[in-house]
Design a protein around this ligand. Structure first.
Ligand SMILES: [Zn+2]
Length: 193
């Protein structure tokens, strides 16, 4: 996915507020009921077992500052079975981008959105970017799954909202992005699901 994803004033679905993304995915679903992903979401859900399958199948996470495209913050290399994650990402952004790439790894090329930079705002790339991030946000909002993903890929837990607090439940891990009190933190879910 792209970092700022700004092209001529248009913002990629991955950066939209959850309500707008939710509405857009509902529309895509209504317009394209034949898309395989709707069925795959049911028969091949993103669960801890699916995370196990990725890890035992050889998928690796590489945290790197080596992105050639200056706006990239995450990418999924299907042939190499690698997820690349921009090293400066922290807190919610890190977890959301990681889940986005895991959705790509799990559901394969049917959700390919890599041409986004060039084909921005048009056709499948935009829809796939929306569906991918929508699934990713729903997955991140499940605290047990979030905990499983973070430990499976060897990352440090970060606490920045109610879900992550439930997942890791420790004041020491509160992300430095978070400026309010832990009491407030427990009331906020980043994705509003
Ligand atoms: Zn993507």
């Amino acid at each position: 996915m792209e970092a700022t994803q700004q092209r001529e004033g248009v913002t990629a679905p991955a950066n939209w507020p959850s309500k707008r993304l939710d509405d857009y995915v509902t529309l895509i679903r209504r317009m394209t009921p034949e898309k395989r992903i709707w069925k795959d979401m049911r028969v091949k859900p993103l669960t801890p077992r699916a995370i196990d399958a990725l890890v035992s199948g050889g998928w690796k996470l590489i945290v790197t500052s080596d992105f050639t495209h200056e706006e990239s913050i995450g990418s999924t290399l299907h042939r190499e079975q690698e997820i690349h994650l921009e090293h400066s990402l922290i807190g919610y952004s890190r977890d959301k981008v990681l889940l986005h790439e895991i959705v790509h790894a799990h559901y394969g090329m049917q959700l390919y959105d890599g041409m986004l930079a060039r084909a921005f705002g048009f056709g499948n790339a935009c829809q796939n970017n929306a569906i991918t991030d929508w699934i990713a946000r729903k997955a991140r909002a499940k605290h047990l799954l979030l905990r499983y993903v973070i430990s499976s890929f060897g990352l440090k837990p970060s606490v920045y909202d109610a879900t992550s607090y439930r997942a890791f439940g420790s004041r020491e891990k509160v992300c430095r992005q978070w400026s309010s009190s832990v009491e407030d933190l427990e009331k906020v879910c980043m994705d509003g699901f």
